[in-house]
Design a protein around this ligand. Structure first.
Ligand code: DI6
Ligand code: FE
Length: 416
């Protein structure tokens, strides 16, 4: 905790007991626990040693907490700090040229097949050092942080050699040290087949993806393993090989599935107990049911839907009917979603996919935490969870999804 004093803070802490208790008072709370009432008035949150210890009406704060450091939040709305659970934030260059080509009628797949797409970002990413990748990614990360994000998932997948994938992952970890943000990493070496392996996807898996996974795991660079299951990327059978290897190393998996067509990727992900299956525009009912049964979170990425001018929206009604849990993320990447605003993604999830503002907010807090396997640590405001909050200058939580291009964040609170 921050101590404003010129005297050695450790000596003060030794005398003042308890040192790390802090009470946030006069706030309205969107706790985002399942079934919690909508933001009510006059609540207080007690924090001890970086974790939430107390959530109660302001008038019912127990006497021992009245001695703690107190901060009045002026009646503002407090939500869990936001979580962007799917990004490709680390990359070199940009793809404005392909944006122009697509506006003139070229499809995303046709550009990829002609050697552009992911492979063009691969070239730009291979050309940068780890430090240069960090410098390139920082403005995107800062844009997310400015909107109340305290946890961001970052994927590799633009290196496509063992060395370049490791470089991307080290850059992602470095970002987490340079800013007050939790970075969760995923290995996405199975993102595209690089030109040197054209027509030899299985050899690419054997020589890059699987050994890269071992090397990254040995260096503690990855928290999960991801893949792109699509005709322009990897088949379900190839993804199965990646997932089996991840299971042998004890790594959780997730999958880009049913983005451009239905190959049954979501069912495959569910069968492997995946944390999440992401995109899902072409998901069918059986896939939605399989995900719900496995507890695999449906991560919807409206930025990619919007930017690729996709016509088919993910089957939100089927997901709801099946009882699947829905998260929302930016998918921040140079090719299909150059979006670094999670609030805008929430707005798009409502306007384009028909989510309610409550579902959108749950999608960037509680459900996003679950999509990262962090559901016990973050994503709701309840005793035991980490004290990571976003404080907003809004009256109604729905305002967070309602505005476009406006940031009502008052500040983040991250108590260590
Ligand atoms: N699907 C996507 O939308 C991103 N990756 C993926 O598997 C886009 C990647 C890119 O076009 O650079
Ligand atoms: Fe993605």
């Amino acid at each position: 905790m921050y101590v404003h004093n010129t005297i050695n803070p450790y000596l003060i802490n030794a005398r003042r007991q308890p040192v790390s208790k802090k009470l946030f008072s006069n706030l309205r709370l969107a706790a985002m626990t399942p079934g919690a009432p909508r933001a009510g008035a006059e609540m207080a949150i007690g924090v001890e040693a970086g974790r939430i210890a107390l959530v109660c009406p302001r008038a019912e704060v127990p006497a021992d907490w009245l001695l703690a450091d107190m901060e009045d939040l002026g009646g503002r709305l407090v939500t869990p700090a936001l979580i962007d659970c799917h990004t490709h934030l680390v990359f070199g260059g940009n793809r404005a040229d392909e944006f122009r080509m697509r506006l003139e009628g070229a499809s995303y797949e046709a550009i990829a097949e002609a050697g552009g797409g992911i492979v063009s970002t691969m070239r730009a990413t291979r050309a940068l050092s780890e430090d240069e990748l960090v410098v390139a990614a920082l403005p995107r990360l800062d844009a997310l942080i400015a909107e109340g994000v305290a946890t961001v998932e970052i994927k590799s997948g633009y290196g496509l050699t063992v060395a370049d994938e490791l470089k991307m992952l080290r850059a992602a970890r470095a970002l987490g040290r340079q800013r007050a943000v939790r970075v969760v990493t995923s290995l996405l070496a199975a993102h595209a087949v690089p030109p040197e392996y054209k027509g030899r996807a299985d050899a690419y898996l054997d020589e890059v993806v699987l050994p890269g996974m071992e090397a990254a795991h040995a260096e503690s660079l990855i928290d999960a393993v991801d893949g792109f299951c699509e005709a322009i990327a990897f088949s379900p059978g190839q993804i199965e090989r990646v997932f089996s290897h991840a299971a042998r190393l004890g790594l959780p998996v997730k999958l880009h599935a049913e983005q451009l067509s239905n190959l049954g990727g979501a069912r495959l992900a569910a069968a492997h107990g995946a944390l999440s299956a992401d995109h899902l525009e072409y998901l069918d009912e059986a896939g939605a049911q399989a995900m719900a049964a496995a507890g695999t979170i449906a991560v919807l990425l409206p930025g990619a839907f919007y930017f690729l001018r996709e016509r088919q929206a993910p089957p939100v009604a089927a997901l709801r009917a099946a009882g699947a849990r829905i998260a929302i993320a930016t998918d921040c990447n140079p090719g299909s979603s150059p979006l670094s605003s999670l609030l805008t993604a929430m707005n798009m999830a409502c306007t384009l996919f028909g989510l309610t503002p409550e579902e959108a907010l749950a999608g960037v807090t509680r459900e996003a935490a679950a999509a990262l396997g962090l559901g016990d640590e973050i994503g709701t405001i309840e005793p035991g969870k980490r004290a990571e909050f976003a404080v907003w200058d809004v009256n109604d939580p729905a305002e967070l999804s309602y505005r476009i291009g406006f940031n009502p964040l008052h500040r983040r609170i991250i108590e260590a």
